[in-house]
Design a protein around this ligand. Sequence first.
Ligand SMILES: Cc1cc2nc3c(=O)[nH]c(=O)nc-3n(C[C@H](O)[C@H](O)[C@H](O)COP(=O)(O)OP(=O)(O)OC[C@H]3O[C@@H](n4cnc5c(N)ncnc54)[C@H](O)[C@@H]3O)c2cc1C
Length: 435
Amino acid sequence: MKVLENKRWVNWASTSKSIPASTFYPESIEDVRTVIKKAKASGKKVRVVGAGHSFTPLANCDDYLMCLDRLKRIESIDVINQTVTVQAGIRLSELGDELAKQGFAQENLGDINVQSLAGAISTGTHGTGIQFGNIPSQVEELTLVTATGELLTCSKEKDQELFQASLISLGLFGVIVKVKLRIIKAPVYDFRSEKVTFEQLQEQLPKWIEENTHFEFFMFPFSEYIQTKKMKVSSARPQSVRHFHRKNVVIENYLFYLVSEVCRLYPKSSKRMSQLSAKSVSKQVITANSYDLFTTPRKVKFVEMEYAIPIEALQDALDEIQKKIKKEQFQVHFPIECRMVAADESWLSPSYQRKSAYLAFHMYKGMPFESYFYAMETIMDSYAGRPHWGKWHSKTKKDLEHLYPKFAAFLKTRNSLDPEHIFINDYLRQLILGR
Ligand SMILES: Cc1cc2nc3c(=O)[nH]c(=O)nc-3n(C[C@H](O)[C@H](O)[C@H](O)COP(=O)(O)OP(=O)(O)OC[C@H]3O[C@@H](n4cnc5c(N)ncnc54)[C@H](O)[C@@H]3O)c2cc1C
């Protein structure tokens, strides 16, 4: 197993950094067990990192950091029962490529596919589509290496409570090494992106959420225009996405980077830039495979906060957000991304037992985000919003106890699995244990 000493680690957004004493790259489950036993014997803490795409310091670590990039073998694809069993360090893009070769896909994905499967599960990563839960809800069975170095397997059938606690467990229960995931025959979608007004959106919102397989929209600050993205299952032949992708990469990455730099250098131009971006949204229609449509590269760096609120509150929340941004004249040009997610049973899921609308607020890297995020967070709080674990928020243990009905049960399970607090760092000690 490769081990690097004092290797500096930094996350995607450069908001978290640390220098772990040792970074381990296990190649087998046995390697993972060896590292944990070594840590236990020497009183070291252990954190696992996936792709480092969380904005919060979840993976920060001074002692032993484990990177599961080499633990990514697909063990089997069960075409009859439509499941894949895979080592948990695999990146979603690698998994997607292998599934596509056999005509399968994950039922839903977020905006990007560079995350590790275990990282996406551990933070409740989600896409959009009211019939679909988040990525953890695609999991059928999970195998962890616990603080004693033992293997623990749980599923919907075997130890259901532990299973629902372990899915979104932020690396606090141990190292997820293997996952059995539900998959589907790769669908083809009719994709449609267009510009509508805020009024049209408010009128049609419940209908659009229900009648599309996947529906999301982007609300531009200071503008009456909204960009909607709709996907419906299609029986037509998929088209080539080369031109579609090239155009979107140019608009969403290169052009948007230039716009963002202007805003960083001249923050007062943010309002105008947001209005211009909104106006320039053009109609796009294409029929393509799901894995060609869900994700796009993200080259423009930003900080992000995202909250899940009950779906029934979405229209009121949108009104409030629009008004607040106008009133306070926040210098922000990134649109607010709104997605819909089905309720699930995972104890720390922001959509736990609640059909949810997820609202994501972004700020370009290098621009102050605090006053904007705090103001939006106050609105989210008024709808009992639950924060995305991988994104910026200012919640404390006390807040989380109110927001998550199973929070105390989660802590109890964590304490029994890791009484010596091996899988903890300063950030999680404060946030989850309140110390
Ligand atoms: C550009 C960008 C776009 C994004 N888009 C979306 C989106 O569309 N939807 C969404 O919901 N989120 C999105 N996110 C957030 C992102 O999906 C999550 O933060 C996710 O956790 C990142 O996965 P990762 O592999 O980078 O995990 P990391 O950030 O490396 O780790 C996240 C957590 O998982 C734990 N972990 C990792 N591997 C293991 C393991 N094997 N066992 C136990 N614990 C483990 C870590 O300890 C840590 O607590 C986005 C982030 C960025 C930067």
